[in-house]
Structure formats: C-alpha cells, structure tokens
Design a protein around this ligand. Sequence first.
Ligand SMILES: [Zn+2]
Length: 250
Amino acid sequence: MRKVVLAILSHPDDAEMMCAGTLSLLKKQGWEIHIATMAPGDKGTAEYNREEISVIRKEEARNAAKLLGGTYHCLEFEDVYILYDRESINKTAALIRRIQPSLVFTSSPTDYMIDHEMTSMIVQTACFSCGIKNLEISEKPFDPVPYLYYCDAMEGKDKLGNPLPPAMYVDISTEISIKAEMLGCHKSQRNWLLKHHKVDEYILAMKRFAEERGTEINVDYAEGFRQHLGHGYPQENVLVDILGSLVTIK
Ligand SMILES: [Zn+2]
C-alpha cells in the first residue's frame, strides 16, 4: 500500500480541528501527508475582503501542513457555496488522481454546515470515481478505491443536536501539542475568537472536544472516525492495521 494520506475537508482549519492528531501519527509511520480544502475560508473574517482573507488563510493552512512536512492544496471553491455538481466532482477527482492516496479523511456526512455535508458527498464520489476511465478529466485513473473515513462532526452532533458517536477512536494523547500548534497556525481565526471571547477559545474548544472523545475511551485525547463501508469501497479497517492499539473500536 502506498503510504499517502489525503485529508480533504471544507475549510482551512477543519483538518486541524478533526484529524491532525491522526495525521501526525501517520507521519511518524512514514506516511506522506496532504491536506486539502474545498474553499479558502473566504467568509471567515470580519475585517478583510474575500481576496485578502483567502490569501491569509491559505498561507495559514500551508504553514499548518508544513508542521507535518505535508503539502496543502486548495480547490478554490467558495465558502457557503460548496456545491455537489460536475465541476466540484471533477476537480476533486483530479486532485485525488494526482495524489493517489491510499487513505482519505473527509468531513462528516451530517454536520452543522452544509459545506461540510457537500464536501463529504463530493469526496465520496470522487474516491469512487478514481478508477473510472470515462470520467471526463485529463488525470489518469488509478486503482484501488482509497480507504475513506469520515471525521467527527463539529461538537460530535448532528443538526438536530443528537450525538453522532464515532465508530472508532484514535488515541492522539501524544500528538495533542502538535495538533494545537497546527491549529495555532490559523492566526486569523484564533485572534478573531480571542478578541470576541477574551480567552483562547479556538485552541481551548479543540482541546475540550478531543478530551471529551478521549474520556470516552479512557485516554487523555482522541479523535473519532467512521469508515465509509458502502459497496465498492475497501471493507477492512486499515487504520487498525496501521495504528494498532491506538485505535479503539466501539
Ligand atoms: Zn468547516
């Protein structure tokens, strides 16, 4: 198996919030790390225009990925307007074909923001299409379909407030400081919340949630995942093979 992982989520900082600890564990096992966002985070500001904040946030995401020696990619869609359509599927499939990951992490299929749900569906289709010859893009098809995992939804709940329990937990206790450092690269978001809350709510909220997930399996910090197990996708839980006892199945 090629040791290449792609975390492709909606906005800059989503991967840092939801799967950076697991990415760091993979990095330690020699995996090549790619972090991609569908949009540049162009609505995540109260002070800059879209172009300005997009440049700032992509640089922040690039710096975060660099901490794992990883590469950052932006598909340049727009916050709030991530759509499940031909263009988004083709661009996402093209990125996946260029990177040829064995392992893909994406947003939860159910989440607080439609951007996340659309991303989840787009990535599902783009992974499934990696070997489809007649998909009309220039990048060459490849096999097999990558292992696809969904990250936790924001605060681990659906839009009706019901808990969305993970199917598995990764113990990231040893990686919490690098995860915090990666999240801290998103200075524009961190300072925005700092100004608003007067405390470092950005980092604190991430730690609170990782701690909550950790408590559920009696470790300090954890990240939760669910695997896409639909027809045509690999069925083994490869995360267990890679990370061993750091993975707890519920
Ligand atoms: Zn997001």
